[in-house]
Design a protein around this ligand. Structure first.
Ligand code: FAD
Ligand code: UDP
Length: 384
């Protein structure tokens, strides 16, 4: 078979590679002039490796995904820690014993802290549905207002009551001094950035890559002869926004360079609503094995994604999911196309989940091909 794969991010690259290994040919298209999608990294004029589309830390509990990424590049041990500024004071996130003791001026042991936070949490919320429910249930009003309500209002531009609890459920609350941002057993950053890893995944004689090329589903023959399209771009774009545009947040990064060190930490979140940016990322701290005299930081601003902007975070409120359902039903009756990845299924996906799902989707497609079954429109249900 000959596939057109739209998007050279982790999804497109992994699927192309798995199909190539089974003898199928692909042309991988990307509008951008580089591979790796939003995980792209590049050397800045200061010499620092920059995460062009925002900070990306690799973390996973999937052993097979960890083995997979290590096949294509050297991963360096890294323990991500985040600081958060609220009302001018710096704390550590996620909320942990040190945060609690500093915030409430206490000297609790882990057991005392847990008992204390249990008195703060709103026990009447038994099954949190919204972001706000989740915050009030698990940390209580004071910590919620200090760290989550302002940051979230800036990040998402909507009332936290309208956001799903799952967004906040990504962050743990701990009663120990462990201030790692993630819980996963494998946590690392690529020694030479993510882009060479994706290039290595795509490096196969059965794969060719066409960059700076916007693939249009209207006239696919313009791009070559293909038996099937794998679409990792926005699902609504494939159908020419027939039912309207799915809502996304986009980000603006304002870069600043200076000598020395800017903030000591890779990421500092600004939780107060009157600070216009959400966080400042100092990229050189993502490569502690390198040494640089100069530094570059990104001030990150979030806003609603317009027609010409890059879609970053899908806003999956009830009304967006209703719109999504129209596209999903349309996709289920379309032929010759499979939708995958973050934009193709309109879900927030971490890199490891992206790779995990792309490997699973490839297996499913190869099984279909082996048993002469049609290829599925999705390999996972985007509505869940
Ligand atoms: P993408 O990387 O978005 O790739 C899709 C590609 O399709 C894009 O390059 C786009 O240009 C191309 N495309 C779209 N339409 C067309 C078209 N018509 N023709 C040609 N090309 C097209 N994950 C983590 O695990 N850890 C993190 O710390 C982390 N941080 C993140 C921070 C931010 C700010 C964001 C937004 C995401 C973060 N992620 C993180 C998630 C990570 O970026 C995604 O998991 C990953 O990018 C998904 O890969 P993908 O291939 O599905 O999509
Ligand atoms: N969040 C917050 N305050 C913070 C950090 C995160 O309110 O200081 C919320 C915010 O709504 C964010 C969500 O928690 O979207 C998940 O945080 P994460 O760090 O996973 O966000 P990402 O890295 O995806 O931007």
């Amino acid at each position: 078979m000959r596939f057109a794969i739209v998007g050279a991010g982790f999804t497109g690259a992994v699927v192309a590679r798995e199909l190539a290994t089974a003898g199928h040919k692909s042309v991988v298209f990307d509008t951008r002039d580089h591979v790796a999608g939003n995980c792209h990294t590049a050397r800045h004029e200061t010499g620092v490796m920059v995460h062009t589309y925002g900070p990306h830390i690799f973390h996973t509990q999937h052993e097979h995904v960890w083995e997979y990424i290590n096949r294509f590049g050297e991963m360096m041990p890294y323990n991500h820690k985040v600081k958060a500024i609220s009302k001018g004071k710096m704390y550590s996130l996620p909320v942990n014993l040190t945060t609690i003791n500093q915030f409430f001026g206490t000297n609790f042991t882990p057991e005392q802290a847990e008992a204390f936070i249990a008195t703060k949490g709103d026990a009447t919320i038994t099954a949190p549905v919204s972001f706000e429910d989740q915050g009030l249930r698990f940390v209580g009003r004071e910590l919620y207002d200090a760290f989550f309500s302002g940051y979230t209002a800036k990040q998402w531009g909507v009332d936290p009551k309208d956001l799903p609890a799952s967004i906040l459920a990504r962050l743990p609350v701990r009663f120990t001094e462990d201030d790692s941002y993630f819980n996963h057993p494998h946590q690392a950053l690529p020694k030479n950035g993510y882009t060479p890893i994706v290039e290595a995944i795509l490096n196969d004689p059965n794969i060719s890559v066409r960059l700076s090329t916007k693939f249009s589903p209207k006239n696919t023959t313009e791009f070559g002869e293909f038996d099937h399209v794998i679409w990792t771009g926005p699902i609504d774009a494939y159908f020419d926004y027939e039912y309207g545009r799915l809502g996304y947040r986009t980000l603006d990064f304002v870069a600043e360079t200076s000598d020395g060190d800017y903030q000591k930490y890779p990421v500092v979140n600004y939780c107060d609503v009157d600070v216009p940016y959400t966080r400042i990322t100092e990229h050189k701290h993502f490569a502690p094995w390198e040494s640089h005299d100069r530094t570059v930081v990104y001030h990150e601003y979030s806003r609603l994604c317009g027609e010409v902007d890059t879609p970053y975070y899908p806003i999956r409120r009830v009304k967006e999911k209703e719109l999504l359902l129209n596209y999903v039903q349309r996709a289920r009756t379309a032929t010759g196309v499979t939708f995958m990845g973050r934009l193709g299924t309109y879900r927030y996906l971490d890199m490891d989940v992206t790779i995990h799902e792309a490997l699973g989707a490839s297996r499913e497609m190869l099984n279909c091909l082996a048993s002469n079954k049609p290829l599925p429109p999705f390999s996972i249900d985007p509505m869940v």
